[in-house]
Design a protein around this ligand. Structure first.
Ligand SMILES: Cc1ncc(COP(=O)(O)O)c(C=O)c1O
Length: 402
């Protein structure tokens, strides 16, 4: 039989539920009406992505004022956030347009009315070429890249058939073997090939150095960036000398944003700066060789502790499906380490401090924004503990979004 004392103890252990009954359906209905009043982080499901609005705004403004003050343009990359809301905010703060990694992202951004979208991967195969041409037909400011003469042929032919002129850049090798035509004479030849086509408009060159972006230490990063990107800028110069109009030399990243202008890029495609992830936090900055503090972490994956049967460790409700990684960091608790446990489970471990308790929330900075963002549906935007907005994450799943 349950004693009076036991009942009293359990009532004391759960005051929040007694004071405010948990009705998740009500919360979803409120969110659908965009009425966020009274909703706090505690009400939200986990695992969930939570954005610290003040820190997010600080990052956006830091990049906007850096680019304005230093005479380099920004065409912010959206693969990190996949959110039209964030893209519009970036454009409002001066981003020339938005850079996209996939045709689905480009469709999302163009569909949201964002001009000057750059699809920065090569459109290969019937499906992607057809969708690229449709984007150009819908928005004459849309642009894309080619790193192969075959693509130049196919895009020219498809643009001609659609009776449109497609804005095209030559994608040049900048240290990353993922993509990019050889620089120098071959790069010039590719650019000239684009420039002489009836249905294509040569816009300039792209050279993205993904190897420089995460090089540790600012001086080492600068050196790597010069090695990788200078040949791209030199090839743009060859194009100019050959009489071509090079309207843009695009590339760059969050890691090299304060390096690329001196090399000669005219615009940056930085993306991660909006949220920051743990890979970027440890690349080191100009002022601190160990920590990159130019932009602050503004987004975390909020989890719930769901079991606590062993000393110095608890289980959380985020595992492989939530893209949990041992390199994730627990917000405000540097002494706690993260371990993968399985598809739906993660482990937090500690040997000092108070650790975590059953039912408690633990927020984690993710290791790589691109992959984590891809498995969530929305950003819960918060001011302190209060929910103030919800931004959908799109362009990532389902037939229409691939
Ligand atoms: C083509 C391209 N441009 C720019 C970036 C820069 O992004 P971030 O600032 O997140 O490093 C990326 C990231 O992978 C990219 O693939």
């Amino acid at each position: 039989m349950i004693s009076r004392r036991h009942l009293l103890a359990s009532a004391l252990a759960a005051p929040a539920f007694a004071a405010r009954p948990f009705r998740y359906a009500d919360i979803e209905a409120k969110i659908a009406k965009r009425d966020f009043t009274g909703i706090t982080k505690e009400d939200l499901p986990t695992p969930a992505m939570v954005v610290d609005l003040a820190a997010f705004e600080r990052n956006l403004k830091a990049m906007a004022s850096y680019t304005k003050a230093n005479g380099i343009d920004l065409r912010a990359h959206c693969k990190i956030h996949k959110s039209t809301h964030i893209a519009k905010r970036q454009v409002a703060l001066g981003s020339l347009g938005i850079t996209c990694a996939t045709v689905a992202e480009a469709e999302l951004m163009v569909g949201a009315g964002i001009p000057h979208v750059l699809y920065s991967s090569q459109a290969a195969g019937k499906n992607k070429i057809a969708r690229t041409i449709a984007l150009a037909a819908k928005d004459p400011t849309f642009m894309c890249v080619a790193d192969d003469p075959l693509t130049v042929d196919l895009l020219d032919e498809a643009a001609g058939a659609a009776k449109i002129k497609l804005n095209l850049l030559a994608d040049l090798h900048a240290g990353l073997t993922r993509a990019g035509h050889a620089t120098g004479a071959p790069g010039l030849a590719l650019a000239q090939n684009i420039d002489r086509r009836k249905n294509l408009k040569f816009m300039g060159v792209m050279g993205y150095s993904g190897t420089a972006s995460h090089t540790k230490g600012w001086e080492a990063r600068r050196a790597k960036s010069i090695t990788d990107v200078k040949p791209v800028v030199d090839t743009a110069e060859l194009c100019r000398k050959a009489g071509m109009n090079v309207a843009m030399i695009t590339g760059g990243s969050t890691g090299t944003y304060n390096i690329d202008k001196e090399i000669g890029l005219t615009e940056l495609q930085a993306g991660s700066y909006v949220f920051m992830d743990t890979l970027y936090m440890t690349v080191g900055g100009k002022s601190d060789p160990a920590l990159y503090t130019d932009f602050v972490p503004s987004m975390a994956v909020m989890t719930t502790v769901i079991s606590q049967n062993h000393k110095g460790q608890v289980t959380i409700d985020a595992g492989n499906k939530a893209m949990l990684k041992p390199t994730d960091r627990v917000v405000g608790r540097p002494e706690v380490i993260v371990e993968n446990q399985g598809a739906e489970y993660g482990i937090l471990k500690w040997t000092e401090g108070n650790g975590f308790k059953l039912g408690e929330r633990a927020e984690l900075y993710c290791s790589n924004l691109d992959t984590s963002t891809n498995v969530y549906d929305r950003y819960y935007v918060c001011e302190g503990d209060k929910l103030v907005d919800v931004w959908p994450i799109m362009g990532r799943a389902g037939a229409l979004q691939r």
